[in-house]
Design a protein around this ligand. Structure first.
Ligand SMILES: *[C@@H]1O[C@H](CO)[C@@H](O)[C@H](O)[C@H]1NC(C)=O
Ligand SMILES: *[C@@H]1O[C@H](CO)[C@@H](O)[C@H](O)[C@H]1NC(C)=O
Length: 272
């Protein structure tokens, strides 16, 4: 009798172990982890082209005379490609309404055609482009000066509202309030009263929006959501060595870590 009892317990334990899987809790829900691409050093500056379901990003290279490489990953087939023809490419942004992809590099803004795999120089810039964000036009920040520009028809101009401040990462919400980060923290420029509000003192290394215009950012230890109504930041998940993140159409979270490019997908079949 006793023996049978122990055998049942042992079986149940084995069963539980099998259902246990690798993942994290995001917003109180289980998300399983899938590694989409390995062998990438510091995958940075994520942006998704939701029309073609393609992730654009950059990573560090160890090639002489080149520090960064722009690349893209098909989120269905997982096919990986590099953008050839752009040296030291770092930034990307997508005009989702028109399906246009913009890339930023050492000395210029490019458009990118996914079908022909060709990059076209739209305009030269005097500074390195660090990050880009598209909201009714293309915004970009520069390095090392940390200035923000608006690019249109081959011409770039400083964004007036941010003329007196450094900004490394930028994003705009649906009301055109401007969110920006520098080495002191994360800030919001309120368009209606023209005031700059401090949202947090986190080190921000990536910032972008999901398909609905909601804003997210990463710090080296996690992924956060910005609540544009309450002006608060909400931690979605704690992770180690995060370089960037993006949210897929179905809500799955993509992030760049030391492991490569990871997807966290909602799952109800899984125990952590
Ligand atoms: C970052 O931006 C804020 C808000 O504009 C500003 O007060 C702060 O001095 C900036 N930090 C640096 C290092 O320039
Ligand atoms: C921006 O400023 C206006 C005017 O002071 C205020 O009513 C509004 O709540 C602010 N918006 C945000 C999102 O901070």
């Amino acid at each position: 009798m006793m023996l049978v009892y122990f055998a049942v317990i042992a079986l149940a334990t084995v069963h539980a172990v099998e259902e246990k899987c690798d993942g994290v809790t995001i917003n109180g829900l289980m998300h399983t982890k899938e590694v989409l691409k390995t062998n990438l050093d510091s995958p940075y500056q994520f942006s998704i082209d939701y029309t073609t379901n393609t992730l654009f990003f950059s990573y560090s290279t160890h090639i002489k005379d080149q520090r960064f490489q722009l690349a893209y990953l098909n989120l269905e087939s997982k096919e990986f490609n590099i953008v050839s023809g752009i040296k030291d490419g770092f930034a990307s942004a997508v005009d989702q309404d028109n399906g246009k992809v913009y890339l930023g590099a050492k000395g210029g803004v490019y458009s990118f055609n996914l079908k022909t795999k060709e990059a076209n120089l739209l305009g030269s810039t005097s500074q390195n482009i660090w990050q880009m964000f598209y909201k009714d036009g293309l915004y970009y920040s520069t390095y090392p000066k940390e200035e923000v520009y608006f690019f249109k028809d081959g011409v770039y101009n400083r964004v007036e509202e941010l003329k007196d401040t450094r900004a490394m990462l930028i994003a705009l919400d649906d009301n055109k309030n401007i969110y920006f980060s520098n080495s002191s923290g994360l800030y919001k420029y309120n368009k209606s009263n023209k005031e700059i509000l401090t949202l947090g003192v986190d080190v921000v290394n990536g910032m972008n929006s999901d398909a609905n215009g909601k804003l997210y950012f990463t710090s080296p230890n996690g992924i956060f959501r910005i609540n544009d109504k309450l002006n608060t930041i909400e931690r979605l998940v704690t992770l180690e060595n995060v370089y960037g993140a993006a949210i897929e159409k179905d809500g799955s979270v993509l992030c760049g870590t030391d492991e490569g490019i990871i997807r966290f997908k909602k799952s109800d079949k899984c125990n952590l």
